[in-house]
Design a binder for this molecule. Structure first.
Ligand SMILES: [Fe+2]
Length: 521
């Protein structure tokens, strides 16, 4: 009987910024965990690498592979040849799709929902940050965002592999994880990690490469195992196989750079759960913490999670292909660039358009280097650029957050000039009262609208040492509709993504970059 093993590679080496980000490693469509024989991952520069080994020997450590301990023999060798050929065809197809990817711009884009998801997606489940000390970083975010720490999995709960603290406000869940000593967190020594994919070597490379950054965007899906298998069968790079933990299953595939898309499913879940309702549960292995002090600035949900990638075409084609997500919106440099720098952007969405995954690429040839390129340089490759957090009362949220900006909370980008708010009265005077407009000006809130609704938004400065990841606080107004059961909900992406404000935002980011450059030179 053939026993299978899963070899996990360094993401840093697989998708390092020098080897073609946006072309994550893929297995052949026939790949399934548990299947005997050899599987080969795509390797550097997107070319399948023909591996040779003796039976039982280890693979080269920079490759992802599943293999049989039992020597597969000649038959498997032939199958391997066939699979490599198939991978080549798939890659050609992906490349052709990417080559065919052409942004048409905001004005020409026609929104269409083909409901093409390849597996059932319920919602964003959580976002995990990897940091060097979870206690301190989680407390800073808790204080700055008004999100109580509601659960933990650490040495006090029997987890010797990593310290993880969960912050929650409404349905928004941020998880902060850091490793314990590698000498006690080696897999197999009963270190009891509650996140089954957690690995010290992977963490070490990730933290050294990216600093404080998002490691995982987690989706709650109907069946994590099916989502994983379907994704891998459609080209996703496997990062961690489906692993049961209590009544949950967790699996991961590569999203972009060293960021993984994590699938989480539960054996039992109420169907009518309100997405914004407080939910005590998280994942098995976590113990609930009752906050000693009530903390709530009004944040309620993750609206969208944005990635920066070197090349939009291959990255969008890759994610569309294995998720089935459709293009929800797009913006080109002409739509949203400034005179000095630019970017292109595309937004992918699930069937319900509640999971929104925008991606940006830099545009070169402008006077200044694109701010997306600046991010890619400082992050050492692709990664999560910003997380947009929804609130039902942005004025209250901003008053609370700004009150803490100078004492350990989050600082915001400089407010736009007075002229912005003078023009705003003309653009949104039919929606916002004079007092609301004045409050926007006092708090530095930007306002935009599309044909369906209104968007109020504001951006923090980068949240860590590097000028990389930042947060967006938003409130969407309008677009209320009823589902088939008569339940009223707000359509995803209502009011857009701030196209009309992009140039204001980017100007302020450029000013911030210029200030940094002036300090350095
Ligand atoms: Fe955003």
């Amino acid at each position: 009987m053939s026993e299978t093993l899963f070899f996990r590679a360094s993401h840093a080496s697989l998708v390092s910024p020098t080897v073609g980000l946006g072309t994550p490693p893929r297995l052949s469509s026939a790949t399934k965990f548990g299947a005997p024989s050899v599987r080969i991952a795509e390797t550097r520069r997107g070319r399948p690498h023909r591996m040779s080994r003796k039976c039982g020997a280890a693979w080269r450590p920079n490759l992802v592979a599943i293999c049989s301990i039992k020597c597969p023999g000649e038959e498997a060798e032939e199958a391997e040849e066939s699979r490599v050929a198939e991978m080549g065809k798939e890659r050609d197809s992906d490349a052709a799709e990417a080559d065919g990817f052409k942004l048409v711009g905001y004005a020409n884009f026609v929104r269409h929902n083909p409901r093409s998801d390849r597996f059932a997606v319920r919602r964003f489940h959580h976002v995990e940050f990897w940091c060097s000390d979870a206690t301190n970083v989680s407390r800073r975010f808790s204080f700055g965002l008004g999100m109580p720490i509601v659960a933990k999995s650490d040495i006090s709960t029997g987890n010797l592999a990593h310290a993880s603290y969960l912050l929650r406000s409404g349905s928004l869940s941020f998880l902060f994880s850091a490793p314990y000593s590698p000498s006690i967190s080696t897999p197999g020594n009963s270190s009891n990690p509650s996140i089954p994919s957690f690995s010290f070597p992977t963490f070490q490379r990730f933290a050294a490469t990216h600093g404080l950054a998002v490691r995982a965007i987690a989706l709650e899906v109907e069946d994590a195992e099916a989502a994983f298998e379907t994704s891998v069968a459609h080209g996703a790079g496997p990062s961690h196989p489906p692993t049961p933990i209590g009544d949950a299953v967790v699996a991961e595939v590569s999203l972009y750079g060293d960021v993984v898309l994590r699938y989480v499913s539960f054996k039992q879940r109420p169907d009518d759960e309100d997405e914004d309702e407080d939910d005590d549960s998280f994942l098995p292995g976590f113990e609930r913490i009752d906050p000693e002090v009530p903390l709530d600035y009004g944040l309620r949900r993750l609206d969208h999670a944005v990635g920066n990638v070197p090349e939009l075409g291959p990255a969008v084609a890759y994610v569309k292909r294995f998720t089935g997500f459709h293009e929800f919106a797009e913006f080109t440099a002409e739509d949203i660039g400034t005179a000095d720098s630019g970017l292109n952007s595309a937004v992918l969405a699930n069937n319900d358009e509640t999971v929104l995954l925008p991606m940006n690429e830099p545009v070169s040839g402008t006077k200044r280097r694109s701010q997306i390129q600046t991010y890619l340089d400082h992050n050492e490759g692709a990664g999560v650029q910003h997380l947009a957090i929804g609130t039902d009362d942005i004025f209250r949220t901003l008053r609370e957050m700004r009150a803490r900006s100078a004492v350990g909370g989050f600082e915001f980008m400089p407010s736009p000039p007075v002229t912005y708010y003078r023009n705003l009265r003309r653009r949104t005077g039919d929606v916002l009262t004079e007092e609301q407009t004045r409050e926007c000006e006092r708090l530095g809130i930007l306002v935009d609208r599309d044909d369906q609704g209104v968007l109020l938004q504001i951006f923090t400065k980068p949240v860590g040492d590097r000028p990389t990841i930042f947060l967006e606080i938003i409130q969407r107004v309008g677009c209320m509709t009823k589902d088939e059961q008569g339940k009223i909900y707000q359509k995803g992406g209502c009011g857009g993504f701030g196209k009309g404000n992009f140039s204001e935002l980017f100007k302020s980011i450029e000013e911030y970059e210029k200030m940094l450059e002036a300090k350095i030179t």
